[in-house]
Design a protein around this ligand. Sequence first.
Ligand SMILES: C[S@@+](CC[C@H](N)C(=O)[O-])C[C@H]1O[C@@H](n2cnc3c(N)ncnc32)[C@H](O)[C@@H]1O
Length: 419
Amino acid sequence: MNPRNIDWWKKPSLAFFHETAPNSAKVSRGLPPMTASSETCGPAIPPQLLASGFLLVGCQGGAEQALERRQQQCFPELRKAAWRRGLVSFRLPEVFSSNADEQAAVWQQAAVPPLLADRLVFARAAIRTLGQVTGDNDQQRVESARILTGQAAFAAVHVWKRDLRLALEAEPIHTALTQALGLISVPATLPTNSLILDCVIDTADRWWIGWHQSNTPADCWPGGRYPGNLPTEAVSRAWLKLDEAIARFELSLEPTQRACELGAAPGGAAQRLLAAGLEVIGVDPASIDPRVANHPRFTHWQKRARDVRVKDLRSCDWLVTDMNIDPTSTMAALERVLKTSGRRPRGVIATLKLPDWSRAEDLDGWLSRFASWGYQPRVQQLSTGGRELCVVAVRRSRRPSSKPTGQSASVTETDPVQT
Ligand SMILES: C[S@@+](CC[C@H](N)C(=O)[O-])C[C@H]1O[C@@H](n2cnc3c(N)ncnc32)[C@H](O)[C@@H]1O
């Protein structure tokens, strides 16, 4: 199946155990079907790691209900067990008898179902739990964690707080766990399917121990939180949001390309695009910081999005939107440019601000509209953003591709339909 030709957000969940991610060429996500050869399965998972039937999913504090709603739509066979701010646990379907249905058995044998975080949208990190450890001090808890992990060969340890407001240092715990596991050095880049031990700090004296595998860039970030930093010269936090989107969706921005951002002031995202070598048009009635405005590759159109002539955007390869307006209005602004019959941007990076969490209910409708315009959308709540969603969409090529398509949303392919 060509992953670009599917409305991936609508597929029944079991199908995801049997195929690769919607746009994933570089990585194979999660476990293939149970009958697959060991060559495609990655390292064997020790049975001890599959003993518990629970998943823990980390999310932005406040997003728990939106996350649960997505789970009910996309993975109804899961049962919510408990939740705390920033963390929701789900019980896997149980295998009751020898004639257990295939779905339950697959769920039990998969580490974390492939594409779980993608489809839950509000999920940052998803791990299979091993249990909870308590104790009088870190040393006791580390020893208990070591018993839970058994002989499994972990490649790395992630220690993360379910709620960043917890006044606790993760680093000493990381050091103690790494030493206990005998991990001398962790490679900068983990091979696909590496086993990662997770220690989720729930409270000062209670940790959740679990694990996941490295299949996507975000799997290599503790708790799915983007580890990049905002440069001191950045004029707004939008710099970091765009930086995370580029890393999370593995976008290839080329120095020869042009981008237009609707809602560009004061200019952090434009700065990030300029740093990638692109030529940038920033559309915003508000002022652009002079450090961006004076850049030789930057042009400011000081107007509202609806006052821009669509034909003036024909030369743009990327359309970026980050307007603090209702998502309905953002979608209307996108439609003006993306539904046109002329040359259109090849890639879109759109921020949809959610005035309240209930607006997440509209998400499938928005994604369907991207698809109707000929774009393949992916969506995630970024760890560096607020109550908003980041949609990355790449124009589908109508020419049948002889090469396997992948998740990397490069826009270097040519589209014979355009120009
Ligand atoms: C969150 S800020 C954008 C931050 C910006 N992306 C950056 O990198 O610094 C939202 C911006 O959207 C702009 N905006 C709101 N409605 C707009 C519209 N209809 N057309 C263009 N810009 C709009 C606002 O003026 C404001 O500057």
